[in-house]
Design a protein around this ligand. Structure first.
Ligand code: G3H
Ligand code: 13P
Ligand code: ZN
Length: 334
């Protein structure tokens, strides 16, 4: 058993308290390899932002649980080397079982999500409560979820998409003891969040997706005032990255994300954690495709993964400063 404190990590409790007070959100960036981790840590050190490093079940299998433990510890040390003591949370994204959450906690995670959102309400409560009881013994924080995020690639999932019902949140939080709650207000995972026919066109001919359901968010805030809310599926799908990918041989069609101004608005509310994965994938892919297409004789991975890392770092800095507002929140220099 490795306790996350031995690795120099923190749980999310204090970060969320400060984010709520300061009306900003903590970035939760997914990672599974070294270049992504370097980009996240250097972006956060440069902007003086705390961060949540997220690892999905698939990413954990890809990277290896033991390597991840050392990578997280390395991230803490790397940030110090860059001159800033960045508070770093290592978080399980979309945990789907008690056993997975338990194993992550044993391998040094400081926070876990148990995603019982697809289960009947009573079963979601039962599973989430079980994870909370275990996690809290080790001072690990837990994120639960109510409401199912839409997914437009899979029609069945789209049909079963449900917004969070505000009437349930107070009871859920009280009965499970979770530390934060992910809600469904119109975001979804991936790079195709809306069908073009769901969008309108602005004066410049740009597709504008339907707005997030801020009315639901406000209702939730009224019922559990001061409680940390999480937004999943919060990539904006930058159209310049999509264009670069397609210019250099990619085939992304109808890729549409959440407009950044809506996420900025969410970040200034009770939303304390904003999850971004797809935009990072787009940034890396755009940079790699460009190098491979324009320099076909290149075969040193550093020559395309290096630019991918640079592109990612710039994307993360942009998100931190212009979307989440989590920059300049660290006082401690090393
Ligand atoms: O919410 C899902 C994240 O984007 C992680 O995706 O399961 O493909 O690693 P993944
Ligand atoms: P995106 O696919 O919008 O980046 O969402 C990521 C996410 O919610 C990870 O849990
Ligand atoms: Zn998610």
């Amino acid at each position: 058993m490795t306790n996350y404190k031995e690795l120099g990590l923190v749980n999310s409790r204090e970060l969320f308290r400060k984010a709520m007070e300061g009306h900003y959100a903590i970035p939760a960036f997914n990672f599974n390899n070294m270049e992504q981790l370097q980009a996240i840590v250097s972006a956060c050190a440069e902007t003086k932002s705390p961060v949540i490093l997220q690892v999905s079940k698939g990413a954990r299998n890809y990277a290896n649980q033991t390597l991840l433990r050392y990578m997280a510890q390395g991230a803490v040390e790397y940030a110090k080397e860059l001159g800033v003591a960045v508070p770093i949370v290592l978080h399980l994204d979309h945990g789907d079982s008690f056993e997975l959450c338990q194993s992550c906690i044993e391998y040094g995670f400081s926070s876990v999500m148990i995603d019982g959102s697809h289960l009947p309400y009573a079963e979601n409560i039962e599973l989430t409560k079980k994870v909370v009881e275990y996690a809290h013994k080790y001072d690990v924080t837990v994120e639960g979820e109510l409401g199912v995020l839409a997914g437009i690639e899979d029609e069945v999932q789209a049909e079963h998409h449900t917004y969070t019902q505000p009437e349930e949140v107070e009871d859920f939080v009280k009965n499970t003891g979770v530390d934060s709650l992910a809600i469904s207000i119109g975001t979804s995972h991936g790079a195709n969040k809306f069908k073009p026919e769901q969008c309108t066109r602005n004066a410049d001919g740009i597709l504008v997706p339907p707005p997030l359901r801020f009315d639901i968010l406000e209702e939730v805030e009224k019922r559990i005032p001061g409680f940390p809310i999480v937004l999943h599926g919060s990539s904006s799908v930058p159209q310049d990255l999509v264009a670069t990918i397609n210019k250099y041989g990619g085939a992304l069609k109808d890729a549409i994300g959440i407009p950044e101004e809506q996420l900025r608005k969410a970040a200034s509310s009770a939303v304390c954690k904003i999850n971004i994965d797809s935009d990072g994938r787009l940034a890396m892919t755009a940079a790699v495709r460009e190098v491979l297409a324009t320099k076909p004789a290149e075969f040193d991975p550093r020559k395309y993964l290096g630019p991918a890392r640079d592109c990612l770092r710039e994307l993360y800095k942009h998100k931190i400063i212009n979307v989440l507002g989590s920059n300049d929140r660290i006082q401690k220099e090393c």
